[in-house]
Ligand binder design. Structure first.
Ligand SMILES: CC(=O)SCCNC(=O)CCNC(=O)[C@H](O)C(C)(C)COP(=O)(O)OP(=O)(O)OC[C@H]1O[C@@H](n2cnc3c(N)ncnc32)[C@H](O)[C@@H]1OP(=O)(O)O
Ligand SMILES: CC(=O)C(=O)O
Length: 536
């Protein structure tokens, strides 16, 4: 096992914002920088000053609130061809950002020099040299991002090495090898990184100074970053949740635990590793992108066990189906209930309802069979745990009868069928509550709303707490679309009381009946949870 520091260089605020669909305000950038600083990454690349007003403002604000731990980095290209660095207006805002560290990207690939920059190979070397020497003379520390390093090296190794030597001789402190197009394979990254390591030593550079910046176009960004570390890289560039241009960058939420937990490197303080899941979710919240439940390490499903065989074994020893302890990165183990379940899933799940069952209890098998039979006709309990809890309590004779819906009628009336025409819905519901039958009617802008209002009217006098339960999501899924309008429908309804959320399911070949069942169970579960759970 290694025992060496790997410096984590986060570029969520720069390369991360090059992801299609991701845009940050200055306030968002400050929030993310602060969170990353508290996580303990070594470098935070904040953006390209001068490229847009937001990045200028971000660096201005950061001057008033310096980071506690990380080094803030401003990013820019080498100077424009044909200019002197000191005369290039592009470098003015870079200096005005007043960061100690500057990342300068330059061309390594002759194809890019000729076709992208449309300049000569010698002028590109001069651009690298002049830009780095000038910024160094202004007391800046330079991280040189060798753009398209691997493609450039494969195409013309001599020229690629000349570009890196120019950066070295001009005073760059770090050399970040970029797999800009994301198409390089791990064995190529390993071999080429080793060559760079040897070259840097020949040039008299003995301190660790290789960085790696990988993209995920071939699904290999994390593997390539790790391959580079194995062969001499001591800085890894990446982003939280792998956000970045096209298919993204190396995901630091995978890179960090792999390096730290499996390879024994020190990336962030061990005590902070357990913040990783939280950081991943906080950043996804700030960037306003749904978290990827199936993300390695930090996804909600990363330690969710569904197959009965898995659950049975995990209960005996988590190592049987978990590659690391979920708590080490702040995630947690979850047991999923579904038609793939076995008795072990049932026992484990009901434990979370405060119910203790043993394998020998007949109720276990009965609950499992009911679950499988109901999933056969269209239920999906992994998304409707509240309905599953009601099913369990029913099987155990522990489901209080708060109310029973005896019947309902729903009518829709419309003046015209045009898209703008008013459609009015009315519902009447007959409900048994505490031995009395109540008939209520209500209007709504849709049949489900009308049903919901009518049901609440009947119940509110008995259970005033239902005023605090509100609908937060309503999903409909057609289960056998080949049956057209006769198809079986699954309705999932999510409720909240402002503190907790719960979801119920209804299945029927009538969408209103499916909705009525899910609605009724949603209100019933809220009442039950208010009695059973102190923190509800
Ligand atoms: C691999 C990477 O991810 S690098 C980072 C990429 N990120 C971004 O591009 C986001 C921020 N970019 C921007 O806001 C704009 O592109 C700017 C402000 C940087 C430049 O805008 P413009 O001046 O309008 O130029 P434009 O974007 O059209 O073209 C890029 C120019 O940079 C030049 N260029 C590209 N790479 C380099 C380099 N390493 N060194 C010097 N010049 C470069 C191109 O040759 C082109 O020059 P030209 O204007 O003389 O043709
Ligand atoms: C510098 C950079 O973002 C890249 O080469 O991918």
């Amino acid at each position: 096992m290694a025992n060496q520091n790997i410096l984590i260089y986060d570029t969520t605020l720069r390369d991360g914002t090059q992801r299609e669909g991701l845009s940050l305000s200055v306030e968002d950038k400050v929030l993310i920088a602060d969170r990353l600083d508290r996580l303990g990454v070594a470098f935070i690349e904040g953006g390209w000053a001068g490229a847009n007003p937001k990045d200028d403002e971000f660096f201005r604000q950061m001057q008033e609130r310096p980071l506690n731990h990380a080094e803030l980095v401003v990013f820019c290209s080498t100077r424009r061809a044909g200019l002197k660095a000191k005369d290039d207006p592009m470098l003015v805002p870079i200096l005005a950002a007043e960061t100690k560290w500057v990342a300068i990207f330059g061309k390594s690939w002759d194809l890019h020099v000729i076709e992208g920059l449309r300049t000569s190979l010698d002028e590109n070397l001069a651009m690298i040299d002049d830009t780095i020497a000038y910024l160094t003379s202004c007391d800046r520390h330079i991280i040189y991002d060798a753009e398209h390093w691997f493609d450039g090296y494969k195409n013309n190794p001599d020229y690629a090495l000349k570009t890196l030597k120019a950066a070295h001789d001009a005073g760059a402190k770090w050399f970040a090898l970029c797999d800009t197009n994301g198409g390089t394979l791990p064995d190529e990254v390993a071999a080429i990184t080793k060559i760079v390591d040897e070259s840097l030593r020949q040039w008299g550079c003995n301190s660790p100074s290789i960085g790696i910046h990988t993209h995920n176009d071939a699904g290999l960004a994390v593997a390539n970053a790790i391959a580079a570390v194995r062969h001499g890289a001591t800085m890894v560039q990446g982003t939280i949740n792998g956000y970045g241009e096209r298919c993204g960058n190396a995901n630091l939420c995978s890179v960090i635990p792999n390096l730290q937990l499996k390879m024994g490197y020190d990336c962030i303080a061990t005590a902070k590793l357990s913040q990783l899941t939280e950081v991943s979710r906080q950043v996804s919240e700030i960037v306003n992108l749904a978290p990827d439940d199936h993300a390695p390490f930090v996804g909600a499903s990363a330690f969710a066990h569904k197959g009965g065989i898995h659950v049975s074994a995990v209960q005996r020893n988590p190592l049987t189906y978990e590659h690391i302890a979920p708590e080490s990165i702040g995630n947690n183990r979850r047991i999923v209930i579904s038609e793939q379940a076995g008795i072990s899933n049932v026992i484990s799940k009901v434990e979370t309802f405060g119910i203790c069952l043993r394998k020998e209890d007949a109720a276990c098998r009965q609950i499992l069979q009911m679950t499988k039979d109901l999933e056969r006709v269209g239920y999906q309990f992994e998304s409707a745990e509240a309905s599953f809890e009601l099913l369990v309590r029913e099987a155990l004779g522990d489901r209080p009868k708060f109310f029973t819906i005896s019947s309902f009628h729903v009518y829709c009336t419309t003046e015209s069928l045009s898209i703008d025409g008013d459609v009015n819905s009315q519902a009447t519901v007959k409900v048994m509550v505490k031995g009395e039958e109540h008939l209520t009617a209500a209007e709504g802008n849709g049949p489900v709303a009308a049903l919901d209002i009518a049901l609440r009217k009947a119940l509110i006098g008995f259970y005033p707490e239902i005023a605090n339960f509100y609908l937060t999501d309503y999903k409909v899924r057609i289960l056998n679309s080949d049956s057209g309008t006769q198809a079986t429908t699954r309705v999932l309804i999510e409720f909240s009381n402002g503190k907790r959320r719960w979801t119920t399911a209804g299945v029927s070949d009538n969408i209103i009946a499916a909705s009525c069942k899910a609605l009724g169970e949603g209100l019933e579960y809220g009442l039950l949870a208010a009695v059973r759970y102190t923190k509800f």
